[in-house]
Design a protein around this ligand. Structure first.
Ligand SMILES: Nc1nc2c(ncn2[C@@H]2O[C@H](COP(=O)(O)OP(=O)(O)OP(=O)(O)O)[C@@H](O)[C@H]2O)c(=O)[nH]1
Ligand SMILES: [Mg+2]
Ligand SMILES: [Zn+2]
Length: 382
């Protein structure tokens, strides 16, 4: 078997990815060829996403890339199908005249996906789109500035998104230097995120940064999500040891001005990988029922005792959740959040059904694609 490229290893390629590749495309990782000849397909990781296209890193270095037409068409049936930052993909190498062409996305280990902003209204017939924020992320830092208003409801949303994508969440409270009562802030955040590490830091004074270090090693991928102006890029620059990501000023209203404009995966000198993202103004969930159940476990058991199987816990007769709330077993604010998120996901389910999104069909076409690529490579090797 061909040796694993050191560059790919730095970007997180490991024995498990090698295995995934092997089972999809055969025993060899074909070596890239240069020149205008079409080369064999090779593994690459998507490291940036611009309006104009993608950037991938493969054994030979960084290249501009575009998804193949087959992937773009698949998006209609499977909204999260397009390659995104963090994805491992099978790409045809670029030539001096053409970008690399991404033929397939290796099955994601984890994924952070939201409903694309502006697509919430499905009633008027507008398509509801999924947007992959980052793929194959090990840990997500939910970044919240301590000078901004703290909104537990936003945090819950983030936690559901992380749980759904099987990504370990860490709550990072930035700008600790601007906070008068750190203990109170941490206590408040911990209430919204039971069981999740809550780490106050200051990029200005260095306070708490050492606590983040353990996450930034060993070719693991950490994604940063949060409002604009929360201080994500400032942290990334600190870890990079250079001012590579532009950072912005915060205006009088305490809002950042969307300084980071595209998602990018960056390799840190210490071996870790970070995904810097543009500030998220809204975070609409995308098919996250499992994540919801994980973040609100206290509603799972009582809900099973509700009289109606599709009980919305909003005043239906025989509602076990309402009964539990009455005797004070349930935090009414969390119940309100849970209800709201469940309602939102319910709407989405129904509109998906109307559009006929069908996961089984998508998997079938996956298998077809990987067969086609195998054949293609066999042909190349002859
Ligand atoms: N006082 C203080 N200011 C900070 C700290 N970290 C970041 N800032 C400031 O917060 C502002 C916004 O920081 P950015 O790093 O650009 O924020 P961002 O989250 O990347 O914002 P977007 O790219 O727009 O999403 C800048 O003016 C930083 O100097 C900190 O720990 N303390
Ligand atoms: Mg930024
Ligand atoms: Zn109920």
């Amino acid at each position: 078997m061909a040796e694993i490229s050191e560059l790919l290893r730095c970007y997180g390629w490991d024995a498990r990815w090698q295995e995934a590749w092997r089972s999809a495309y055969g025993p060899d990782v074909p070596s890239p060829r240069v020149g205008t000849q079409p080369g064999a397909i090779e593994p690459a990781r998507v490291i940036a996403e611009h309006r104009g296209g993608l950037v991938v890193v493969c054994a030979g270095g960084e290249h501009p890339a575009l998804p193949a037409g087959t992937l773009r068409r698949r998006r209609k049936r499977e909204p999260a199908a397009l390659p995104a930052v963090g994805d491992w993909v099978a790409a045809l190498p670029c030539t001096p005249l053409t970008p690399a062409v991404i033929q397939a996305v290796l099955p994601r280990r984890t994924v952070l996906v939201r409903q694309a902003s502006g697509s919430r209204k499905s009633a008027g017939g507008a398509a509801v789109e999924a947007q992959v924020l980052a793929a194959n992320v090990d840990v997500v830092f939910l970044v919240n500035a301590l000078d901004a208003e703290f909104n537990p409801r936003r945090i819950e949303r983030f936690l559901v998104l992380a749980a759904e994508g099987r990504v370990e969440p860490v709550l990072v409270l930035t700008k600790a230097d601007l906070c008068a009562d750190l203990d109170a802030a941490v206590a408040l955040a911990s209430r919204a995120a039971p069981g999740v590490p809550v780490l106050p830091v200051s990029a200005r004074t260095g306070h708490g940064l050492a606590e983040l270090e353990p996450f930034l090693h060993g070719h693991r991928t950490v994604a940063l999500l949060g409002l604009s102006g929360a201080g994500k890029s400032t942290l990334v620059n600190r870890w990079l040891g250079q001012a590579r990501q532009a950072v912005g000023e915060v205006d009088a209203a305490g809002e950042g001005r969307h300084i980071t404009t595209h998602r990018a995966l960056l390799a840190l000198p210490g071996g870790g990988l970070v995904v810097d993202t543009p500030g998220l103004r809204e975070l609409a969930l995308w098919q996250a029922e499992a994540g919801l159940a994980e973040v609100f476990p206290e509603f799972e058991r009582p809900a099973a005792a509700c009289r109606f199987r599709d009980c919305r816990h909003a005043g239906e007769p025989g509602c076990a959740i309402a009964a539990a709330a009455e005797v004070g077993e349930i935090d009414p604010e969390r119940l309100e959040s849970y209800r709201k998120l469940a309602r939102e996901l319910g709407h989405q389910r129904r509109s998906d059904k109307l559009r006929g999104l069908d996961a089984r069909r998508a998997r079938k076409s996956d298998a077809r694609m990987s067969r086609a690529i195998k054949d293609f490579n066999k042909h190349q090797r002859k």
